[in-house]
Design a protein around this ligand. Structure first.
Ligand SMILES: Nc1ncnc2c1ncn2[C@@H]1O[C@H](COP(=O)(O)OP(=O)(O)OP(=O)(O)O)[C@@H](O)[C@H]1O
Length: 262
């Protein structure tokens, strides 16, 4: 077991959700759906060990470091995309010193594209290479030196996704990570995340039954009354999302939609 939340949550003297027992098995993707305000983000914050503002009665355990991608991308406004993606490593002091010198954090401090090669400098250190690969993978290669204010909502969300992937943690909590993306980009980012987080334990909060049908090894519905498991008919292919147009995926999506409407 990688992580577990067992208990109930309260806002003031009002119950938020009844007794639940959420268990995340190692290497599995668990998709969590449920009505707005039922406590999904709260559950993620509890698992991440962050303040929630609600009263939780129970036990929380996890045995691995965690990365949380919150609903709000939470990008640092004065750091460009590269600076935001590598922020955690910089704060922990694990970035190569030459990279820190070159990218201390502001767009104005960054060399122009191609500047390194023109000056014959060393190739970028490994974290820099990883960061730029991830930035490219989320489709922001031409925005790497843009500040958050210069990005669209979906671009900010992709920068936050790259930052979460850069953290490379065994336990990954994703709170509606693709909600601001157009249909095509959303499907591409689902494929990317499935590939890059293939061995990770992932808890993905989503409002989109199609997303849960593509990505879930397990699907859970959170309601005030507690957690319900939704059966998933077939295993997910390794390192990939299920095809969005496969009949069993469409059937699962429809069944989930019906369940959520009930
Ligand atoms: N810091 C806080 N202080 C007090 N109440 C809070 C706090 N954060 C959240 N809540 C309340 O807890 C409840 C659950 O919020 P939460 O964000 O976990 O819901 P959610 O299921 O993720 O909703 P959504 O799908 O809309 O994102 C809400 O009623 C919210 O008002």
């Amino acid at each position: 077991m990688q992580a577990r939340v067992r208990g109930s949550a309260w806002t003031g003297d009002q119950p938020l959700f009844a007794e639940i027992d959420l268990q995340l098995a190692k290497g599995q993707w668990t998709c969590l759906l449920g009505p707005s305000g039922v406590g999904k983000s709260t559950l993620l914050r509890l698992l991440a060990g962050l303040e929630t503002g609600v009263r939780f009665q129970g036990e929380i355990s996890r045995d691995q470091p965690v990365a949380l991608m919150a609903q709000d991308p939470g990008l640092i406004p004065w750091l460009d995309v590269t600076g935001n993606v590598t922020l955690g490593a910089r704060l922990r002091g694990t970035l190569d010193a030459s990279f820190v010198e070159k990218y201390p954090g502001g767009a104005s401090d960054r060399p122009h594209q191609g500047g390194d090669r023109a000056s014959g400098a060393e190739p970028p250190a490994t974290p820099a290479t990883r960061a730029s690969m991830l930035i490219k993978a989320v489709g922001l290669a031409d925005r790497a030196d843009h500040l958050p204010a210069q990005l669209s909502g979906g671009q900010r969300q992709r920068a936050a996704l790259a930052r979460t992937l850069f953290e490379d943690r065994p336990l990954v909590l994703l709170d509606e990570p693709f909600s601001a993306l157009d249909t095509r980009t959303r499907a591409q980012m689902q494929d990317l995340a499935a590939r890059l987080l293939q061995d990770r334990t992932v808890l993905l909060v989503t409002h989109d039954p199609a997303e849960a049908a593509r990505l879930g090894d397990r699907i859970l519905l959170l309601r005030e009354t507690g957690l319900t498991e939704w059966p998933v008919p077939s295993p997910r292919p390794p390192a990939a999302a299920r095809p969005f147009d496969a009949p069993e995926v469409l059937a699962l999506q429809t069944a989930l939609m019906r369940g959520m409407m009930a």
